[in-house]
Design a protein around this ligand. Sequence first.
Ligand code: KG4
Ligand code: ZN
Length: 338
Amino acid sequence: AQNIYILGIESSCDDTAAAVLHNGRILSNVVATQEIHKKYGGVVPELASRAHQQNIVPVIHEALNQAGIKKEQLSAIAFTRGPGLMGSLLVGTSFAKSMALGLNIPLLDINHMQAHILAHFIDEEGFEKPKFPFLALTISGGHTQIVKVSDYFEMEVIGQTLDDAVGEAFDKSAKILGLPYPGGPLIDKNAQKGDPKAFDFPKPKVGDLDFSFSGLKTSILYFVQKKLKEDPQFIEENLEDICASIQHTIIKILMDKLKKAVKQTGITQIAIAGGVSANSGIRKTLKEAEQKYQWQTYVPKFEYTTDNAAMIAIAGHFKLLTGEYASMSTTAKARIKM
Ligand code: KG4
Ligand code: ZN
């Protein structure tokens, strides 16, 4: 493992991203976020696919430029095979295939959700890597899972959402409050100035290690409708408290299940991954759990939380070491199991 250069390509949703990794260290990490979806209050698959087609060449050029290497120096190309939006995945998949073919280097197919977790293994000063086995709470716009991670590619989902993902709960709540898409970061921002105990929202009753967030969204909708009838200024005047209370409820739901998972598995090493792990309240609560419950917790560097290609590249690094290359007949897959 002397001079391994991996190009990672991510195009599963609405971010076109490319990154170059050298022996586990990130040399460049470029993301083109598609602004077009803001207008529609959510990701429009057709537009996402078209934007990926426009962005992919410049983004990859930029990643190679910033890394200061030529494409001929690449050892392998890693790409997101799924899960994600089919039209979006196809752009990255086709591009990765033709580039690997042209350069005659290995092609590595990566599971997006595994990559979110493997982002913890990027060499970063000040960031410790989790040791196997550990539990990963993967929270994004499309997924909410508790995963038992026994090895780089040995992952078992032991709990998951039965309806909406956490990110959706954030984004849909934000939409009800009149905030633009994606609302998660805006709820986070407002919550920092609000009282988390100001309003009480019900927590779902779901068995095992599973989650449910659709009830929360409905209760917020009713709450807002009722309050607006009494006072049309209510949301504006109480936005920070409402956001803090919503975020507090979501964190409580997540922490309760994590505690249960720790009890069930006896594993006290906890890593968080996925876009929602950028949330400052979640990051803070998890760090507090180190003292409170004697857990060892791992919170990724901010730029490796939301969709990025650095995580695809590091997953590719470990895939390359296993020797499991993808064939040229590999196709994108909208749904893939862990
Ligand atoms: O992992 P990601 O970038 O894309 C998916 O694979 O889904 O996650 C995006 C999700 C969105 O729902 C976004 O609102 C949420 O992550 N998100 C946040 C924060 N930053 C991003 N949610 C809450 N607080 C944040 N700071
Ligand atoms: Zn993601």
